[in-house]
Design a protein around this ligand. Structure first.
Ligand SMILES: [Zn+2]
Length: 402
């Protein structure tokens, strides 16, 4: 390993992470999924399982969770080699807790996770992942979550809120189905709804996922909601709007959460949006590899756009290294290379350990280019850059710097 890469890796291990987008919760909510059975029934692995085993999705989802987890383990880890990134991630998690990644069944892992105190385990996981603070995804349309915001809870200062508003923009709630009837009909009601929830949650940003057909200007309901309710609310409260662009929902509805796909978007829409709203700030990630360069270009034109993360189908080591390198080449350190998007607590361990390695390789490539140009790369500069990438850029943009 080149000397500079060793320094980069050391800095990666020392700098605390600000994880700008997860699906984890403050421990006091009691909603965070954790443990081996949740890890194995993650929708990435369900999609992979139903490819290698001839089994109907309906029969799979009708099984109890433990039986689903056994089924996935047997299909992807025993009868096949777990080469995929999602499967590899489970093994990294097992090893991090001292469990055997070569186990034939789940007995040892189940015994380990069921013997953990949830609060102590939460702290241990954040430590193993190197996370200092993280942002939740808070869905006011989720009937399990919404009532929790009506009562005052003792909150963990490491955990921040983000208000997720997909149904306002014509998407579906990320929480339980059937909750969408309470979506405000007009833009005035929507603005009142946003003000009320911003007051309750104190979110660091508003967020929505958007289809590849997202356009602007747009006189549809989505366009009106965006221009007349969402962006004015963000300006009034001084918070960014996070856009996750490129998801085609439920292309195979039989697979549930595993049934979403992607498409390439026209990021001209994003540029027009940023141009018309210089007083708004946009956190943006895209799902198609084909959109990665256009997002860098849009960010070069508009300082109110901050690219973040390698989302979902982009969260593969080869693409993380490629996209991070491209972003370094076009934006220097002015972007957020990764977020975990973890849906199950322990996933942060593998998502951050794996991503740090890929980001370090991309950074090393750029430092080697500096050295070829005759510029010395000081350790202090490496640490400063890594700190911007893993912590400060995200924390500053969402106003979480204390
Ligand atoms: Zn997400």
């Amino acid at each position: 390993m080149p000397k500079i890469e060793t320094h980069v890796n050391q800095a990666m291990d020392l700098v605390p992470v600000f994880d700008v987008h997860t699906h984890l919760y403050d421990p006091s909510f009691g909603l965070t999924l954790w443990g081996i059975d949740e890890l194995l029934t993650y929708h990435y692995l369900v999609a992979e399982t139903l490819r290698v085993v001839a089994f109907s999705p309906e029969k799979f989802f009708a099984m109890p969770k433990l039986a689903q987890a056994d089924f996935v383990w047997d299909a992807l880890f025993v009868r096949n080699t777990p080469l995929s990134e999602a499967a590899n991630g489970v093994l990294t998690v097992l090893a991090a807790f001292g469990l055997d990644p070569n186990a034939r069944d789940l007995a040892e892992a189940r015994a380990y996770f069921s013997s953990q105190d949830p609060r102590e385990h939460f702290d241990k996981v954040l430590n193993l992942a190197g996370i200092k603070e993280f942002v939740m995804t808070n869905d006011p349309f989720d009937p399990k979550e919404a009532p929790l915001w009506q009562v005052r809870m003792a909150r963990d200062p490491r955990v921040h809120a983000a208000l997720r508003i997909d149904p306002l923009l014509g998407g579906i709630s990320i929480g339980a189905a059937g909750a969408a009837d309470s979506v405000p009909a007009g833009t005035t009601d929507a603005r009142r709804f946003l003000d009320t929830w911003i007051e309750k949650m104190n979110p660091l940003y508003l967020a929505a996922s958007l289809p590849p057909t997202f356009s602007y200007p747009d006189d549809s309901r989505r366009g009106q909601m965006l221009s007349e309710a969402v962006l004015p609310a963000c300006r009034h409260h001084g918070i960014p709007f996070a856009m996750m662009i490129g998801v085609n929902k439920r292309v195979n509805p039989r697979l549930g959460d595993a049934g979403d796909s992607l498409g390439t978007a026209d990021l001209g829409a994003l540029e027009r949006l940023a141009n018309d709203h210089p007083d708004n700030r946009f956190l943006v990630t895209t799902l198609a590899r084909e959109n990665a360069q256009a997002l860098c270009v849009a960010a070069r034109k508009f300082a109110n756009i901050l690219p973040f993360g390698c989302w979902w189908f982009m969260n593969n080591p080869s693409l993380i290294e490629e996209v991070t390198l491209l972003r370094l080449e076009m934006l220097g350190t002015s972007f957020i290379p990764q977020h975990s998007d973890a849906r199950v607590l322990e996933q942060v361990v593998y998502k951050w350990r794996h991503s740090k390695r890929d980001i370090a390789r991309a950074l090393t490539t750029r430092y080697e280019a500096l050295e070829r140009a005759g510029r010395e790369v000081a350790d202090a500069e490496v640490r400063r850059d890594v700190r911007l990438l893993l912590h400060d850029n995200a924390a500053r943009f969402v106003g979480a710097v204390r």
